[in-house]
Design a protein around this ligand. Structure first.
Ligand SMILES: [Zn+2]
Length: 103
């Protein structure tokens, strides 16, 4: 919230926030319901009061070191679809990124 308010204040000169969009990977350790609860708890009384929290949830993505395939997969199934290797290297899915702030 501190990052959002600092960036929004610099961009909007105090205008109220309308929406925040964040991208959350399933391996980030962030529980989306908890994130929403925290936002709804922190927003009242400040510039983010009344703003929507938009959450884009991603799937884990891996690069196979054996055949080079880049693939998305559901949590718990990390096999390369091309060669069945289980040595995939995580390239996305552990992120929590603030994508945009709408004022
Ligand atoms: Zn592979």
């Amino acid at each position: 919230m501190e990052t959002v308010l600092r960036d929004a204040a610099a961009a909007s000169r105090g205008a109220p926030l309308r929406a925040l969009t964040v991208r959350v990977g399933p391996l980030s350790g962030v529980v989306v319901d908890s994130l929403r609860f925290a936002f709804e708890s922190l927003a009242p009384g400040g510039p983010a009061e009344g703003a929507r929290l938009v959450v884009e949830e991603t799937k884990p993505a891996f690069r196979c070191p054996d055949c080079g395939t880049l693939y998305e997969t559901p949590v718990g199934d990390y096999h390369c679809p091309a060669c069945d290797s289980v040595r995939g290297e995580l390239v996305a899915g552990n992120e929590m990124e603030l994508l945009s702030i709408e004022v």
